[in-house]
Design a protein around this ligand. Structure first.
Ligand code: BF8
Ligand code: SF4
Length: 625
């Protein structure tokens, strides 16, 4: 395979793919190739292995069987499969949120050395939203109560999860009317698994409605708790400079890379990497220091709060190891390809897994818990330092790109002078046409970063402000969209507004759970206008998504009233009924729907048209596209 230039738009990606080929190490692209042709029934969502009367499949051409052994037709099978994807995505984000709540609880009890409450103001704010009194109480007492209240949100004792109250009134009323207001975070996921068991919910519409409720329990529940508790424990992000791409690795330092999602592990690794004793140890081994970098979302967490450099997004995770410069990669969970241990075995890189619920072939398991995380972090970083001497040849093919990260809602409102009004004024005046959230993964089915970067470029040059998260945010940072000079990519109106505020036209909003920051900002805009989110000139896009978590995110974004364009087709095309509902019918239900458009040039046109239509609906000036 020598088509490296067709696999990634990035220089570091292209050169490191070449290196992996030369080293004869198999990559995600090779394995994707080896899977061709992928199963057509599965691609359409028409295969079912929910029970052992099956597996079954429905013939899309109408010639073979039209029902599974149990009698489920294509609509039911597609809807059930989609619901299970949402449930898995919601479970992943929410279980990550729960882990943070447990750290908050342990920290409050003084049983989590190294963890502390860094943002007391946010603690007070969130606690009061939960109806917890803060007056004259110690942070630890408030934190203990808050952790307890959040745990109740996970259970089944409530009628509505607490943070759904952050949504505009009209949206909350709609959710109640549709009976999709989430009651408990785990409850909705559990009910999704129940409904999709053989012989339970066999109405594809009611299944999909529950899918939306399950997704909302993630967006306004598990993920929102994950973000808020992370801010309370580790600090609410504020804009700070950083660097991105494989060039952040250093040839004269011990390179430690964190991969995964939960800052619970990466924050302790950061503390260990900054410890003078360990740095001294590194120097005694001939290194100039310890260079901590991130990949994927735990990298985004550190980038947002500490400006820690970002080595790459999802499709770069194997390639980063192929530099030969990584002493250690420390992983927690989610999006960690099980291939990584094998790739690392071709170099000197040590792989460490840290979570009791996530183990991988070819990795050493060193389990982190709240009570021992600080200690464990020191131990593993010491091992990384010891591994410096085993380094072979190093290939760091590019110089890093500058970027600014750290745009929490608090930071954005701060930049605006405390209220969303200046942003709304710029939208009303038409200088900014609207805003789009570009989020999600990489996927070997789409040229690496092409979807994110192309769509973002087209939107900002047409005066649409972009906020991004996850692997999309890393793609856009690598493309140079997050430096002050990047306003030169923006259209005249956006350029003027960003220039006067001193912000780039593409704002790094964080990791994938941080998509909730977009929901909170959208609510603030809707409330300031006295309207619902579905009336705003907003859109979402996931140009290169791959993961079940992205399905949950897409579903809660649409259920929150934001039109969303997906790049890769989800496995639903086997049911025209489901496709119709997702792409049109939902407009009449939740005021927003999905589009699927793999070509980012076309996706940009769809989003621009939508935003101009929304402007028309609000009585603002609108362009005909
Ligand atoms: O939660 S964007 S590939 S790393 S799923 Fe994964 Fe997708 Fe990246 Fe983060 Ni999100
Ligand atoms: Fe087949 Fe029905 Fe069992 Fe699915 S649930 S595997 S369609 S029998």
């Amino acid at each position: 395979m020598t088509h490296h230039h067709t696999k990634s738009i990035t220089k570091d990606g292209q050169l490191l793919i070449k290196k992996m080929e030369a080293d004869q190490v198999e990559s995600v692209w090779d394995r994707h190739q080896a899977q061709q042709p992928q199963c057509g029934f599965c691609e359409l969502g028409l295969s079912c292995r929910i029970c052992v009367m099956g597996p079954c499949r429905v013939d899309p051409f109408g010639e073979g069987p039209q029902q599974g052994v149990c009698g489920a037709d294509g609509d039911i099978i597609v809807a059930r499969n989609l619901c299970r994807m949402i449930a898995a995505g919601a479970a992943s984000h929410s279980d990550h949120g729960r882990d943070l709540v447990e750290v908050l609880e342990s920290a409050a009890e003084n049983k989590a050395p190294g963890y502390e409450i860094k943002d007391g103001e946010k603690l007070h704010k969130v606690a009061s939203e939960y109806g917890i009194s803060t007056e004259g109480r110690k942070p630890a007492e408030i934190a203990a109560d808050l952790a307890g209240a959040m745990k109740e949100d996970f259970g089944s004792g409530k009628k509505e999860i607490a943070l759904a109250a952050r949504a505009p009134q009209k949206r909350q009323e709609l959710w109640r009317r549709l009976n999709i207001m989430p009651r408990g975070i785990d409850r909705e996921t559990s009910e999704a698994m129940h409904r999709t068991h053989m012989g339970v919910d066999n109405d594809w519409q009611s299944l999909l409605l529950h899918g939306l409720r399950n997704a909302l329990s993630d967006g306004w529940g598990g993920s929102m708790i994950a973000t808020d508790v992370s801010d309370i424990l580790f600090g609410t992000p504020m804009p700070a400079p950083t660097k991105v791409n494989a060039g952040v690795l250093k040839d004269d330092q011990v390179n430690v890379v964190v991969h995964g999602h939960n800052p619970v592990v990466s924050e302790m690794v950061l503390a260990a990497c900054q410890d003078p004793e360990i740095i001294k140890l590194a120097e005694s081994r001939g290194a100039k220091g310890i260079n901590l970098c991130g990949v994927c979302c735990t990298g985004n967490e550190l980038l947002m709060r500490h400006g820690i450099p970002m080595a790459g997004n999802h499709l770069m995770t194997e390639l980063i190891i192929a530099t030969g410069a990584v002493e250690m990669m420390i992983v927690d969970y989610q999006c960690i390809m099980p291939s990584l241990g094998k790739v690392a075995s071709c170099y000197h890189t040590k792989m460490i897994s840290t979570s009791d619920k996530a183990r991988f072939p070819g990795m050493e398991h060193m389990e982190f818990h709240p009570d021992n995380a600080r200690e464990k972090a020191y131990e593993v970083v010491k091992n990384a330092v010891e591994n410096f001497g085993n380094r072979g040849e190093v290939y760091i093919p590019v110089e890093p790109m500058d970027a600014v990260g750290g745009f929490s809602v608090e930071a954005v409102l701060g930049a605006l002078g405390g209220t969303p009004d200046p942003l709304l004024d710029a939208i009303k005046a038409g200088k900014i046409r609207g805003a789009a959230g570009i989020v999600g993964c990489n996927n070997p089915k789409i040229k690496h970063d092409y979807g994110h970067v192309t769509l973002t470029k087209r939107l900002i040059e047409n005066d649409i402000l972009v906020v991004d998260t996850g692997c999309a945010a890393v793609a856009n940072a690598k493309a140079g969209f997050k430096i002050s000079d990047s306003i030169s990519y923006a259209g005249p109106g956006l350029k003027e507004v960003c220039g006067s505020l001193g912000i780039p036209p593409v704002l790094h909003f964080g990791s994938c759970v941080d998509n909730v920051r977009i929901l909170v900002l959208a609510s603030a805009l809707a409330n300031a206008l006295g309207t619902d989110i579905s009336d705003l000139p907003l859109a979402g896009a996931a140009p290169e998504w791959y993961s079940e978590k992205a399905v949950a995110i897409g579903a809660y974004t649409v259920a929150s009233g934001i039109y969303t364009v997906l790049g890769p087709m989800p496995p639903v095309a086997g049911s025209m009924n489901v496709v119709e509902l997702l792409t049109k019918g939902l407009n009449d239900v939740v005021g927003a729907a999905f589009s699927v458009e793999p070509d980012p040039e076309n996706a940009a046109v769809l989003i621009r048209k939508h935003i101009e239509n929304q402007r028309r609906g609000l009585g603002l000036d609108a362009a005909d596209l």
